[in-house]
Write a protein that binds this ligand. Structure first.
Ligand code: SAM
Ligand code: SF4
Length: 326
């Protein structure tokens, strides 16, 4: 069992497959001349499987594949197939651009639930946010995956002045389609243009929705990052991930493994432990995993608090989101 000093049991591993991506979301991968990590420095298929097995032997029950964009990795199919043999719930966060090529593989791997990111329902705004013209493709793929029976959660990063005016358009989408929209508060990372006044908080989101609808809370569990709601009569649901205004660190059960094989015990941890180099040297990595989790801070990587009004993103020592894995 992997436990930290606050008695939090960690049974959920997020593995980033790559820091490469075919979109350019400014809040995630800011610099145009960003250099992707060369393939030789990434965990290889056998290494991903072997390291994942070590985690599973210590009680990991759920694995999420993420990135970067996990489905741009050339050997993504093999990785998914290999990990599907582990006794875990396997899932993925993706930008949705390649799902039409992977639907069969995901189904065969028994992946039932997908988080797909889409911050706007307007194709011209999508281009501004991501610098790519893939809106229609992603919408089609979201519908394709729903029609094939996948549980689809749509991740929307809400940024004041950019897309908060569309919140109720997303809610309208939940009326006739079984889509689960998750509004995520904008988080600060290295060089991502974050400013405290761009955060549109959980309360502001609820206030906006309540001006047109009567949302009812749904019950959640201890490890939920999302506060869930439903509009009576709607087929879908919505949720808010209130990382900034109401962090959910008390119930945290998540460990992150970066594509270059570093373990991070928190999205905002300043330090990380290299597992890949010792693994390649034939050393035992289990003690390193436990040491890393024992150094986990109580809240938000120990770098800030929910009172973020005076926070500057540059004060936080961290990687950019694309190199961590959301
Ligand atoms: N490429 C995949 C995707 O876009 O879903 C997976 C990786 S992405 C880093 C994982 C999630 O992190 C996405 O839902 C993305 O919107 C979210 N994300 C990235 N930067 C963020 C930020 N600054 N604040 C909040 N969420 C962020
Ligand atoms: Fe790529 Fe996802 Fe980051 Fe957008 S949020 S740049 S799709 S990794």
């Amino acid at each position: 069992m992997i436990k930290d000093t606050f008695n939090r049991v960690h049974d959920y591993l997020r593995i980033s497959l790559t820091d490469n991506c075919n979109l350019r979301c400014f809040y995630c991968m800011p610099e145009e001349d960003y250099h992707f990590t060369p393939a030789s420095r990434l965990m290889q298929v056998d290494e991903i499987e072997a390291i994942a097995r070590i985690f599973v032997s210590e009680g990991i029950k759920k694995i999420r594949l993420t990135g970067g964009e996990p489905l741009v990795r050339k050997d993504a199919r093999t990785i998914i197939e290999r990990l599907s043999t582990l006794p875990v719930a396997l899932t993925m966060t993706t930008n949705g651009t390649r799902l039409h090529e992977f639907a069969d593989t995901l189904e065969a791997a028994n992946i039932r639930s997908l988080n797909i990111s889409l911050d706007t329902l307007q194709s011209d705004k999508f281009h501004l946010l991501t610098r790519r013209n893939q809106f229609d493709l992603i919408m089609n793929n979201i519908r394709l995956m729903m029609s094939r029976g996948f549980n689809v959660k749509v991740n929307v990063v809400v940024m004041k002045g950019i897309n908060e005016t569309e919140i109720n358009d997303f809610i309208a989408w939940t009326k006739d389609e079984p889509v689960h929209v998750r509004f995520i508060e904008f988080m600060p990372f290295s060089g991502n243009h974050w400013k405290s006044d761009k955060v549109f908080t959980w309360h502001e989101i609820l206030e906006k929705i309540s001006s047109s609808y009567a949302p009812e809370p749904l019950t959640g569990d201890l490890h939920d990052t999302a506060k869930k709601y439903q509009i009576p009569g709607h087929k879908g649901t919505f949720a808010v991930i209130s990382t900034m205004s109401a962090p959910f660190c008390n119930g945290c059960n998540r460990i992150r493994l970066t594509a270059d094989g570093k373990i991070k015990n928190c999205l905002f941890s300043s330090d990380e432990t290299d597992l890949l180099t010792p693994f390649r040297n034939g050393e035992q990595i289990l003690p390193l995993i436990h040491q890393n989790i024992l150094s986990k801070k109580k809240e938000l990587g120990g770098q800030f608090t929910a009172d973020f009004s005076h926070l500057h993103a540059e004060e936080i020592a961290n990687r950019s989101m694309i190199t961590i894995g959301g």
